[in-house]
Design a protein around this ligand. Structure first.
Ligand SMILES: [Fe+2]
Length: 301
């Protein structure tokens, strides 16, 4: 299982795409049916899809996995009578699989048989997405649901978040205890520390200061630098997220405390709490699809 991409609705896809390529530092992957696709240096067909929408929204967060894993998920969601349906992806890279609606309306899409592309040699491109964090009214319930239904594992709990992994990377997603459901942020995995810092400098060249960072987190131990993108969402340059073993001991909030006045390991920067919070409220989830039978998927996997 691997996090592949996020699919967003935005008011102006061309403008958002221009920011992501010209300033944030992604490569164009192509356009299809009015959607803009942006990729990194890795072999994934794209990392971000942008389509036109009256209001910003998250269409889906997409993971790639095996057909056997799809079948397991289909059986688990069927048992609990949750909203899920088979899907054939019409995004770049194709693939088919399953859409699952999580308890607070976010849609996770699981695809098998997706097509890869040739990697690009460019140390300033993100390699891939490293995590997508969602805001939640009940982050514990969301963590429980993805463990039970999707086979994910909670890596750590802090006062603010429930961190969840789907492979040996400490977290591929997390649920923030925000009090409302929405997109919290999208984290792009950079090749190394230098690439995070060069990216931060590149945004400074364009008059943008980090909303938080550079710094180093506690859970996951990754280096971060957060910005608020002009088209709305919180985006993060990140690198060096911790790899964890199968039997990683799940940490509790009391395991993750900071010295007085610190909310990361370095204490280099202020955090723009209000700006980040306002940006986090923008991208909501849409419940505009109906569940259909999963039998087809279970029979064919
Ligand atoms: Fe992050």
């Amino acid at each position: 299982m691997k996090l592949r991409s996020i699919e967003l609705g935005v008011e102006n896809p061309a403008e958002a795409s221009a920011f992501l390529t010209d300033i944030w530092g992604m490569a164009e992957a192509g356009e299809k049916d009015g959607r803009h696709y942006l990729r990194g240096s890795g072999p994934l067909a794209y990392l971000v899809a942008l389509e036109a929408a009256d209001e910003p929204f998250v269409r889906s967060v997409t993971f790639i996995c095996s057909k056997a894993r799809l079948s397991q998920i289909a059986e688990a969601v069927e048992k609990e009578d949750l909203a899920a349906r088979p899907v054939v992806s019409d995004d770049l890279g194709g693939g088919e699989g399953l859409l699952v609606e999580l308890p607070e309306g976010s849609i996770f899409r699981f695809l098998a048989d997706t097509d890869d592309v040739e990697p690009l040699e460019d140390a300033d491109l993100p390699v891939q997405l490293t995590h997508v964090v969602l805001n939640a009214t009940d982050a514990e319930a969301c963590g429980d649901a993805v463990e039970r239904l999707l086979g994910f594992k909670v890596s750590d709990r802090t006062k603010g978040m429930v961190f969840v992994r789907c492979n040996d990377s400490h977290h591929s997603t997390a649920f923030a205890r925000a009090g409302f459901p929405s997109l919290n942020h999208i984290a792009f995995e950079m090749e190394d520390f230098d690439a995070v810092m060069r990216g931060t400098g590149r945004l400074r060249d364009h008059g943008m200061a980090p909303a938080w960072g550079p710094g180093r987190h506690g859970p996951g131990a990754n280096i971060f630098s957060y910005f608020i993108a002009p088209f709305g969402p919180v985006v993060e340059f990140s690198t060096a997220v911790e790899k964890v073993p199968e039997d990683y001991k799940t940490g509790a909030p009391e395991d993750w405390t900071w010295p007085e006045g610190r909310i990361d390991h370095w204490g280099l920067s202020e955090k723009d709490f209000d700006g980040l919070r306002a940006a986090e409220e923008k991208f909501r989830f849409r419940r505009d699809w109906g569940p259909a039978s999963l039998e087809h998927l279970m029979e064919n996997s």
